[in-house]
Design a protein around this ligand. Structure first.
Ligand code: ARG
Length: 560
């Protein structure tokens, strides 16, 4: 039940429409004052009266009902108090009716949203820098689905470029099939690093690499087979990580998929008079928009990253007829996205406005820098494994007799990595710290998971409430009810702003409110009616926490 809507529908305030009133209703700074407040200052002008007087009139005219228990005018505000028992009953009623669907909606019905995320590069390490795009994108995918959209998850693989020529050259010179087969991505990366070291001494290697790349393009059998093998090895390795993180894709159409889809784009650009020659290259001039030119074809005729992205956007529109197409990519690529979005707009694609670059900040480890070329990289898989190991030792220490420790440590450790990347506004740079993400008292997933385990244990001892009624409601209970009721709004906001961190913060907030309730109010020893209601609150909390973590890709162990 949307109480704000209910109030808005029952207020008489001059010429204002219900929707206008709805958008003006705010939350008072504290619950003592009321649950909603209507500020009347903006009305003073049109109604030609002092705000305090307007507030008084609105309060006097408001007809109280079962839902609104108190209306008062204070300093130009009208404050409304909702009947707490009604609020509790409606909220818990909805949670128990919807359970694992609580918070979902059909607001996105009929809308397809393409989400381009993770988009790894073949034969390059899957490192800590890929963490954010992977978990942000995956969470946005789950959120969209939960709110009724049809998401299409796309892994725009980096499977095209001269680096594959380098890799073939390196493999033929120094590689052994069994070693690569065994070592996977890391062995491939070692080859890549070696190539760069050797090419510094002998620059002719670069020509050889270029020649091999050309061979791939000309579909030379051996080169293509090697390339496909590299691709297969990469996908096997990253697949393991995706599985751990509960990340999925509907399409793996990568850069090379657009090889035969770029010519029509180039023709169209030329036809529309957008292509210009500059130092032998073909470009779209963007000076009028304060940007450097978007290069479409290099002087040697090779296409570029942007050319592929233009072709990909057109292909996606045609294939999925998206409502929005999101690109979850680091802010370092801001200019790239601005440029090719503009080119599409200049081509007259009115849907260019529906392309959204969901930019995020950098993740680094406490100890510093990375470079793919020099081989100094922090593999995401290592970070996850280390978190799982640490989780295991913490759990073993806290609860030595716990069964299934390994499995639980995995859920906790993986959750810590994901939550660590999702807890802050996405644009912020973050420094990943093992101690911080695994702090059971911090703003972490393990704190939330631990709260779930607590709730589970309460329910195990007290039984699930079958018949409960909201009677007198104490402040701790009421705070909890309000927090629980807020979940659907939080999801809506998180999707609108492409901010899974709202969901992460909500989970921590709800866990904190529950814990306050748990420590302040006795549950199991309360008298019957109160006890039943508190058990119901406990179960409702567990449902909402599980749903919130689930949308981030994090599981919840029964016990911890
Ligand atoms: N593979 C690219 C990189 O690692 C990211 C691709 C993002 N998606 C896109 N459509 N450009 O930088």
């Amino acid at each position: 039940m949307d109480f704000k809507r209910h109030i808005a529908a029952h207020i008489q305030a001059g010429e204002l429409s219900e929707d206008e009133i709805y958008s003006m209703l705010a939350l008072p700074p504290n619950t003592e004052m009321g649950d909603f407040a209507l500020p009347c200052f903006r009305l003073a002008k049109t109604m030609r009266k002092a705000p305090a007087l307007i507030a008084q009139e609105i309060a006097d005219n408001y007809k109280k009902d079962d839902i609104v228990s108190q209306v008062s005018a204070v300093n130009g505000y009208v404050n409304f108090k909702i009947n707490r028992a009604v609020w509790a009953e409606q909220t818990l009623g909805r949670i128990f009716a919807e359970r694992e669907k609580y918070g979902s909606s059909d607001e996105g019905q009929g809308r397809t949203v393409c989400i381009d995320y993770s988009s790894v590069n073949i034969a390059k390490p899957f490192h800590i820098g890929h963490l954010s795009t992977t978990v942000l994108g995956s969470s946005l995918y789950k959120l969209h689905k939960f709110l009724g959209y049809k998401p299409v998850g796309i892994n725009h693989l980096g499977d095209y470029g001269t680096q594959f020529g380098k890799l073939i050259s390196a493999y033929k010179r120094w590689g052994k099939r069994e070693d690569i087969e065994k070592g996977g991505l890391r062995a491939l990366n070692a080859l890549y690093v070696r190539f760069h070291e050797e090419a510094e001494k002998d620059p002719s290697l670069n020509d050889e690499a270029r020649a091999f790349f050309k061979k791939i393009e000309e579909k030379d059998e051996e080169s293509v087979a090697l390339f496909n093998w590299f691709k297969e090895l990469t996908l096997k390795d990253v697949g393991r990580i995706y599985e751990m993180l509960d990340v999925h894709f509907d399409s793996w159409a990568g850069e090379s998929f657009y090889n035969d889809k770029m010519q029509p784009v180039i023709d169209e650009l030329r036809e529309k008079g957008l292509l210009k020659e500059s130092e032998g290259a073909q470009i779209v001039d963007l000076e009028a928009y304060g940007m450097p030119p978007c290069i479409i074809l290099r002087s040697d005729g090779a296409s570029l990253y942007a050319t592929r992205d233009i072709a990909a956007a057109i292909y996606r529109k045609k294939t999925y007829d998206f409502y929005k197409c999101l690109y979850v990519v680091a802010y370092q690529q801001n200019l790239h996205f601005k440029q090719f979005f503009k080119v599409l707009e200049l081509m007259g694609k009115e849907w260019a406005k529906d392309l959204v670059h969901v930019a995020y900040g950098m993740v680094s480890l406490e100890d510093g820098s990375m470079s793919t070329r020099k081989g100094k990289v922090v593999y995401l898989e290592d970070v996850i494994q280390k978190c799982v190991q640490k989780a295991l030792s913490i759990i073993t220490e806290k609860n030595p007799t716990l069964e299934n420790k390994e499995q639980i440590a995995k859920t906790v450790g993986v959750g810590a990595v994901i939550f660590g990347a999702l807890y802050n506004n996405k644009i912020k740079d973050i420094t990943f710290s093992y101690d911080k993400v695994l702090n059971f008292e911090g703003e972490t997933s393990c704190y939330v998971q631990y709260t779930c385990a607590r709730a589970n244990s309460v329910l195990e001892k007290g039984g699930r409430a079958s018949e409960w009624k909201a009677g007198e409601i104490c402040p701790q209970e009421f705070e909890l009810v309000k927090k629980l009721a807020d979940f659907p709004n939080v999801l809506h906001e998180a999707l609108e702003k492409y901010e899974p961190c709202y969901v992460a913060r909500y989970a921590v907030d709800l866990a904190q409110v529950y814990n306050k309730f748990y420590f302040d109010c006795s549950i199991l020893n309360a008298e019957k009616e109160t006890r039943e209601f508190r058990l119901a609150l406990t179960e409702a909390t567990l449902i909402a926490l599980k749903n919130a973590l689930g949308l981030l890709g994090i599981g919840v162990p029964e016990k911890m």
